[in-house]
Design a protein around this ligand. Structure first.
Ligand code: PMV
Length: 310
């Protein structure tokens, strides 16, 4: 097989906290990036990027993406120069949709298929994680795990190792959400470094925020047990407050969140690294989903109506 794929994702709870070993709740999206081997024995390995993108997308990461391909090839023991073309229906937005992880998984999958390596999903996930390191420095692995396995799941990384646990969450039917793009391109490495800096400068303050999140993710699991989407929405709003305290929001995200809540979303928060990128709003009822996205579009934001689980 000459093509591999990886799903996009949204983080419903716990971005940044997951970097420090706390659990996150993530969900794969019903869109994916594909990777196809389009040439062999090239002068050097390279990526051709044919993925759809929002119009204001500024391509700045091509060198990092080629580095990602190189890392994956080395890790998978392939010392041939190949050209891979990225495409698919995942639209590259200003951050938070897991575009780089979806690409890394698609690349690792196509290499596995084409060279008949017979690697397990866990091994392919590891290769994608190493590849994503070219873009994010020290990724928690939640993005590539969503891109590879799909579904809705609680994710926890073990600190100082590459080990992680993934607990699937059964969702009884698809739950509608709205994603909206702030138009401000986010930089995951910078956002993660900013939290680390704040932690160094104000350890007690950050510890307090982490303690509050530790309780919040327990409450999330209770709400899931009781299938309470209303409670989950409230908890998303609380998660947003904690992310604001860590300096991860921005005026566009704040504005989109207010618009989404006023239009009837059960909860809304930034998703992904923050300081730009995407917002996610929980809108189980189709009518509310339409209302939220049209309010956001009216205010000038690009939105995606989609669903998770199911
Ligand atoms: O912005 P994204 O989609 O790459 O998500 C980053 C999520 C973080 O928790 C901030 C970083 C990580 O590696 O988990």
């Amino acid at each position: 097989m000459n093509t591999g794929y990886g799903f996009g994702k949204t983080i419903l709870f716990g971005e940044h906290f997951v970097v420090y070993g706390l659990p996150a709740l993530a969900a794969a999206l019903d869109v994916s990036t594909t990777a196809t081997i389009t040439a062999l024995d090239c002068e050097q390995s390279c990526l051709i990027d044919n993925r759809p993108k929002v119009p204001y997308f500024v391509p700045s990461k091509y060198e990092q993406y080629n580095n990602m391909l190189h890392r994956i090839l080395v890790y998978m023991g392939i010392f041939k120069n190949i050209e891979i073309t990225l495409a698919g229906n995942l639209i590259v937005m200003s951050g938070g949709i897991g575009a780089s992880a979806a690409a890394a998984v698609a690349i690792a999958r196509v290499i596995n298929n084409y060279f008949n390596l017979r690697w397990s999903d866990e091994q392919i996930n590891q290769a994608a994680h190493i590849g994503e390191g070219a873009i994010h420095g020290n990724p928690s692995g939640v993005d590539n795990t969503a891109a590879l396995f799909g579904g809705v799941f609680l994710y926890r990384r073990e600190l100082e190792t590459t080990l992680f646990t993934r607990q699937n969450i059964k969702v009884s039917g698809p739950v509608n959400i709205v994603l909206a793009d702030s138009g401000r391109v986010s930089d995951t490495s910078k956002a993660v470094a900013d939290v680390a800096k704040l932690k160094e400068e104000k350890p007690e303050f950050v510890q307090e925020v982490f303690t509050r999140y530790t309780q919040l993710i327990i409450d999330v699991q209770e709400a899931i047990k009781h299938k309470s989407l209303i409670e989950l929405g409230k908890l998303m709003n609380q998660n947003q407050e904690l992310l604001v305290l860590l300096g991860l929001s921005c005026p566009e995200l704040d504005r989109m969140i207010v618009i989404a809540r006023e239009a009837g979303a059960l909860g809304a928060k930034l998703t992904g690294s923050g300081q730009g990128g995407l917002m996610v709003a929980l809108t189980p009822e189709k009518e509310v989903q339409k209302k939220v996205s049209s309010a956001l579009r009216k205010a000038g934001y690009v939105t995606i109506n989609t669903s998770i689980g199911g």
